[in-house]
Design a binder for this molecule. Sequence first.
Ligand SMILES: [Cu+2]
Length: 433
Amino acid sequence: MLRLDRGRLKRLTALPLVLAIGAVLFVPGPHGVAASAPAGLDCLTSGGNAFDLTAAGGYAAMPDGNTIYMWSYAASGGAFQLPGPTLCVDSGAKVTVILHNTLPEATSIVFPGQVQVLADGQAAQPETDDTGNLTSLTTTAAAGSGSVTYTFTAGPPGSYLYESGTDVQKQVQMGLYGALVVRPPGHPDRENGREDSAFDPGHEYLYLLGEIDPDLHLAVERRRAYDFSRYKARYFTINGRSMPDTIAPNHADWLPAQPYGALIHIRKYDPVSNPKPALIRYLNAGSVSYPFHPHGSDEQLIARDGHPAQGPGGQDLSFSNFLIDVAPGQTVDTLMLWKDAEHWDPNGNPIPVPLPSLQDQIVGPGPETWFAENPYLGGEQGELPPGVVQNNQCGEYYHVAHSHALEQATNYGASFGGMMTLIRIDPPVGCPA
Ligand SMILES: [Cu+2]
């Protein structure tokens, strides 16, 4: 009987993608910004934990050149952005979120995982139309210029969504969602109250997953009817971006409405110089499960939906996996240490790594160099194609991370794109943070 160990199976299932995508070398980005610029969690904080959000229409850019009309949130004094600002608060804090509505219909915000939410000082209430049909899960801000003030006490530490509670199927799909990060007081370097949830605060990342059916967005923009029985998502996003925009830095100037990148930086684990893992916060604002799948290293699942993975006595129930399945509405937090889990090389992953032979390197139309048959992209040793003086910044290499439902790893059906990003493995010294 044929038996495959999990690592072997993973290599086999991952192989076509390693060959095709894992092999892109990024020198400067298409607009001259190095791919190594910051992509870590970009928190919006407030001294009084008071946030002002404006629901508004705007446009998101897709990698194939399409532009999609979206609804999302702008922070007070800021521009429209997809997703909404990442709100960061401490557990136990009194949080105020004032929602201003500029949309042509009523909207609202629900805070799944937060309890006893007040709206304008009263218990937040579902709303119904004249015939008794439910129209909103919570108190709304009226169309045009309405506003509503939500208050609540931040619940247990963890990752949470905030999103529209009104005409949810349409409004959340239109982009009315964001992340709420609740931290353990006094421990910004822990995911939750547990000591073993400690991470490197310089390596904290957001994967807010979503999807877009452009037909719905066009119908809303043109105020036409839309038949949800024909719903079909064509774009799959991480933080409102699709590959390759996912690897662009935070606040890339060519993505003015999509400020959050998803390029993970990590350095090889070392018990002395680099003991703490990276933290990745997965949130699913879409309509189906996204089976997320990092190559090269498993991740340790430590929490779901704001609950630590622990038993009733506090015993550690976290586990290591290469599939991080995130269900609709769910959040999953993982820790990642880079430990050569797959043993690609019997001596450990060499950093920097040798280049493949010259015949396996193909110079792209831009400054990029492409090659196949090697998961490692780093290193300056060896022969470069004519005219190429540097393949990467500092001897780093890359693994791909993506949804393993492969139609979600496309841009309007074209592979490879969509819900996909890269994990950048830096050598111990010499790379920017
Ligand atoms: Cu894969």
